[in-house]
Design a protein around this ligand. Sequence first.
Ligand SMILES: Cc1cc2nc3c(=O)[nH]c(=O)nc-3n(C[C@H](O)[C@H](O)[C@H](O)COP(=O)(O)OP(=O)(O)OC[C@H]3O[C@@H](n4cnc5c(N)ncnc54)[C@H](O)[C@@H]3O)c2cc1C
Length: 385
Amino acid sequence: MRLRYSDEDEAFRAELIDWLATNAPTEAEVAETKHSSADMPDWARRWQRRLFDNGWLVPGWPPELGGRNASPRQQMIYFEELAGRDLQRSANVQGLGIVAPSILDYGNDEQKERFALPTLRAEIAWCIGMSEPGAGSDLAGISTRAEVHDDVFVVNGQKVWTSGAHHADWCLCYVRTGPTQPKHRGISALIIDMKSPGITCRPLAELTEPDFADFNEVFFSDVVVPRQNLLGELNGGWPITQGSLAHERAMLWVNHAQNVQRIVQGLIAAHPDARFHDAVASLYIDAQAMSLMGYLGFAKYAKGQSSPEHSLLKLFGSETQRRAFLTGVDAFAIDAFDRSREAPKVVRGGAWADQYLRAFAATIAGGTSEIQRNIIAERVLGLPR
Ligand SMILES: Cc1cc2nc3c(=O)[nH]c(=O)nc-3n(C[C@H](O)[C@H](O)[C@H](O)COP(=O)(O)OP(=O)(O)OC[C@H]3O[C@@H](n4cnc5c(N)ncnc54)[C@H](O)[C@@H]3O)c2cc1C
């Protein structure tokens, strides 16, 4: 099977490659970033702004939202070219990929103007407050609550694993506003200013780099939020949580497929022992399968059909990536811990063992592998609960 794009689509690709050649951030700029993915160094703000101004930030959207009304196939080309160069569009991934689309879908005109556009232009950074110590996979079980007092909400409770909260200007935070309602129906989405009195952020050190933190515990103590910062309806937050995760899932697989290909190339280049040929070949095949499954799901999405492939790819992609790094750890043995021998970079650089430990993150964030298997069993295969 040979997959080919039309001449018009290839012209789109050529224009993008040309633009990237003069506008993409330099390696020196990217290497400057020592902080978390949610931190916004100046070069990353300038880069996102260049993408926005030139219609390359979200090509499928209209120019006023940083796009160029690109067709679904052209958007596919765009993601391939960026992933192939290991280029992130934004240093505030959750702001661009999840919060901005949610505000555009559910916000009123004032919220779109005040929050969505500045997010797209990299003027503000976001964190997302979903998970709590007692509610992760079972997100509907959140207990952080907001009471309505005249024209404000008063928020009390705790979030955890909040990526980038210590750098964020704003938090899209899910709170319980209807304690007597069925649990999915009593949740609202609030836009909370992270500088509000009563918010405490405690960064959590990571196993791979104890002096580095991306996650946080965030505590809310009588935090006052203006009523106009309610996103969507009161007690209507649940569909917003579902929408935001859908945006996240749809954009993940291209990166997974390219990451696995890059790890496979790294394994081949380092000439591991012949004992690992089978494992490397199997990973190579999985990377190809992932791309083809991605294209299949994409073709359905482009026709407006549902694409269960996206649920499969979140599971398959993140688990294959983890297995690829584990193959590296097995193959390089003690050298897998040698930080002067860098493994192919996925999230941040490091030795094979560092990357292997970090690879678990993608099997948890945005819904764990076990939850993905439940979704596939029940919603794709139609098995009983
Ligand atoms: C890199 C990363 C970034 C993150 N960023 C954010 C963020 O910015 N904001 C935010 O709010 N959260 C964030 N999270 C948290 C993430 O959403 C949760 O970790 C995830 O939803 C799982 O919840 P939990 O950790 O509470 O685990 P739990 O839900 O307590 O699960 C524990 C274990 O039980 C299993 N399990 C649970 N329920 C079932 C079931 N029904 N069937 C079978 N197995 C089950 C799980 O698979 C898991 O293995 C992030 C996580 C990671 C790894």
